[in-house]
Structure formats: C-alpha cells, structure tokens
Design a protein around this ligand. Sequence first.
Ligand code: FES
Length: 108
Amino acid sequence: MPVTRARLCTVDDVTPGGARRFDIGRHRICLVRIGDDFYAIGDRCSHADFSLSEGEVWPDEREIECWKHGSTFSLLTGEPQTLPATLPVPVYTVRVENGDVFVDVSES
Ligand code: FES
C-alpha cells in the first residue's frame, strides 16, 4: 500500500501535554505532544465515534484518555489500556524535521 508523508503543523502548534486533531484524506489523526516528543494515533475512539484529541494526555504513562467513557490508549501501540474500549486505534509514524511535524499515511 503506497505511503505518503503528510505535513501536519509546526512543532509550536501543539502545546506540550496537549493534543490536536488533523484530517488527512480518510485518516483522522490525533497528534500528541509530550515534552518535545510527538505521537500520532487514530483520533476516533475504537469504542464509539468520539475524538481522542479532546481527551486528557497522561504524560508519564504515554497515554491519552477518551473523555467520553474513560478508556485510555497507549500512544506507542494504540492499544486500549482500560475498558470499555477493547480494540486498538491506528498508530502513525511521526517525524519532526526543521520544526515541522510529519506523519506517514497510507493512500488507500
Ligand atoms: S467513546 Fe471512547 S471510551 Fe467510549
């Protein structure tokens, strides 16, 4: 499956400890910043159609909490760490270059 690199924003567009949603084609991406590290996972909670980027970032655990019912998702694996969600969300490769944040997304 062809993969393309998409620019999301500059590093300063996301505050440390914060998250933002980006829509790239069919991909709905939750970009999280912890310190100077960036993580990108699917923004749509696997339990129901709510936006993970509106939830709370847990920096020590490298997780984000779905605000609707409280499942937390690993920013490293996309796996839910607590119920009620049981399925993982996608994980995207993130690169930071010259102050810009990019993710790799499949085209189809
Ligand atoms: S919608 Fe996210 S845990 Fe229910």
